[in-house]
Write a protein that binds this ligand. Structure first.
Ligand code: SB7
Ligand code: NI
Length: 184
């Protein structure tokens, strides 16, 4: 299983690379990696396991964060309506998005960033994402709210972009144009 020791931190060049597309159907090795990424997220949200294994809780993880420069991501979160959002994606892409933006009231953090970076991170409020699942089956989903923000944070990792790249340097808490806030 992955632990914090497997997660690369800021300064590692892989976090700034554009990750490679995964060849389809996914190899057994890529499937294993993606399963372990999801396992990390689930474990990290289990208080006992997280404490036992010193896991920082995470709602998402992108393959470059475990030093694999491939286009795979995992998201695991329960939203405000107690709805589970669990997605393992291969070669994901945004096929359409709202004009409206959203941002997390509490700002964002990252398992690869060992410091607080305050400020609003503008994201699209709604996205339609097309990807391949762990078996190589194509699927399309529409997301809004926190799941939309989480998937965009992970998609950025696949393109070498960090959340703080989006923060207004002059005024970190300036409300982005055409944006509404989202509570965790
Ligand atoms: C806040 C946190 C995350 C996404 C969006 C808002 C995920 C944090 C964990 N990660 O570093 C995943 O890349
Ligand atoms: Ni991150």
């Amino acid at each position: 299983m992955y632990t914090m020791d497997d997660i690369v931190r800021e300064g590692h060049p892989i976090l700034r690379q554009v990750a490679d597309a995964v060849t389809l159907p996914p190899s057994e090795e890529d499937q294993k990696t993606l399963n372990k990424m999801m396992e990390y997220l689930v474990n990290s949200q289990d208080d006992n396991i997280a404490q036992q294994c010193q896991l920082r809780p995470g709602i998402g993880l992108a393959a470059p964060q475990i030093a694999v420069s491939k286009r795979m991501l995992a998201v695991y979160l329960v939203d405000g309506k107690e709805q589970l959002h669990q997605y393992a994606m291969i070669n994901p892409r945004i096929i359409s998005h709202s004009i409206e933006k959203s941002y997390l009231e509490s700002g964002e953090g990252c398992l690869s960033v060992d410091r607080d970076v305050p400020g609003y991170v503008p994201r699209y409020a709604r996205i339609k994402v097309r990807a391949y699942d762990i078996n190589g089956q194509e699927f399309t989903i529409k997301l809004r709210g926190l799941p939309s923000i989480a998937v965009q944070h992970e998609l950025d990792h696949l393109d070498g972009i960090m959340f703080y790249d989006h923060i207004n340097a002059d005024d970190p808490f300036a409300v982005p144009d055409n944006a509404r806030s989202v509570d965790r």
